[in-house]
Ligand binder design. Structure first.
Ligand SMILES: [Zn+2]
Length: 358
């Protein structure tokens, strides 16, 4: 069983703690970079570790489609396959199914969709998602949920997804219990249940109650940062903050990684967050500097700048003196190193917010 202990309360709802799972100890709050297809894009495991993050996330959807969980298992499981020694969390695949693929059918049983690459028909269900995550060898799993896509807003669909998410949670837990029966506490991965309900506060409150009543060992907040305004997202995080029970369970906010949103999330009692934003922005030359503002490294103004991205920053890139002039040049000529160095800075920027949270 995963253990979560709170070491310090910060403000009204914030906290600092330690999560123990499968022999790993994770200090929270922590940012979790997305290793979508097994690797955090253009970074070696050592580079990821140099940023201080406590966990790396991998996408069940992408790894299931390619190379498949069977291949990953045959190559030694996710840790051996990726050579990553930090704890690994897999998402459920739900968000990608609903946002990236052409869905043929959503039924009570699960979701049928087309593989965008091959056109093959793929079926995902709560049981299947847990089976894939277990076979991948993740340390932390997420229950499969029904995600409302951006173009199908509306109370009826939100309500349907809300109700189905909880029925699917029961099935995810049953499959998790079945597959982890007989495992020692040291071997057993942690399962997060997902709170849904869109921007409807009644539904969110009920969803949180249902997930908190279940036997999951982590609480995940899904369905935010999907196109709503920043005010709406912050309002929902503030609404949920006093509603968490005091059971020792980590709280994971899915898909949020803008510095301003991250600060708000920590204040509202969130312990873990993942997002592709820091690495995606970095590959396009966009880095965060103090004040949570963005700097465009491709800009002409940096052509003759000897300064690092942010003087005083302790990331590998800044600490080793890579100048903005050099980075701009590398971006201009299409050298992948530019994206790598900028990614390290951005991930460290977010992780430092977590470390300095007080
Ligand atoms: Zn830096």
């Amino acid at each position: 069983m995963a253990m979560y202990t709170i070491s310090q309360n910060i403000g009204a709802f914030g906290r600092r703690g330690e999560l123990s799972v499968r022999g790993f100890t994770v200090k929270t709050p922590t940012f979790m970079p997305d290793g979508t297809r097994g690797a955090v894009k253009s970074l070696t495991p050592e580079m990821v570790q140099s940023t201080g993050v406590g966990v790396v996330l991998a996408n069940t959807y992408h790894l299931h489609l390619m190379p498949s969980e069977d291949t990953v298992a045959a190559l030694g499981g996710l840790h051996t396959f990726t050579n990553q020694t930090l704890p690994l969390l897999t998402d459920s695949g739900g968000f990608q199914v609903f946002s990236l693929s052409h869905i043929n059918k959503i039924t009570e049983e699960g979701v049928e969709f087309k593989d965008p690459r091959t056109g093959d028909i793929i079926f995902l269900s709560p049981e299947k998602s847990i089976q894939i995550q277990m076979k991948l060898g993740a340390d932390m799993l997420v229950a499969f949920d029904d995600v409302v896509s951006l173009d199908e807003k509306g109370r009826a669909r939100t309500l349907e997804a809300f109700e189905r998410t909880h029925r699917w949670l029961e099935r995810s837990i049953a499959e998790y219990d079945r597959l982890t029966a007989g495992m020692s506490d040291e071997e057993r991965p942690l399962l997060f249940g997902v709170v849904q309900g869109g921007l409807d506060k009644d539904l969110r409150k009920k969803s949180l109650e249902i997930v908190q009543k279940s036997s999951v060992s982590g609480i995940a907040i899904g369905g935010l940062s999907v196109g709503e305004s920043r005010e709406e997202m912050h309002d929902m995080l503030e609404f949920l903050a006093p509603l968490y029970d005091d059971s020792p369970r980590p709280r994971f906010l899915l898909g949020v990684g803008d510095p301003i949103d991250l600060r708000k999330a920590l204040e509202c009692g969130i312990d873990m967050l993942d997002c592709v934003l820091p690495t995606r922005n970095a590959r396009h030359g966009s880095v965060w500097v103090s004040g949570d503002t963005k700097m465009n490294l491709k800009s002409e103004v940096h052509a003759l700048t000897t300064e690092v991205i942010e003087p005083g920053c302790d990331c590998y890139t800044c600490a080793n003196g890579f100048s903005r002039g050099f980075l701009r040049h590398q971006f201009k000529v299409g050298e992948p190193l530019a994206g790598t160095l900028a990614s390290i800075h951005n991930i460290r920027y977010l992780q430092r917010i977590c470390e300095e949270f007080k």
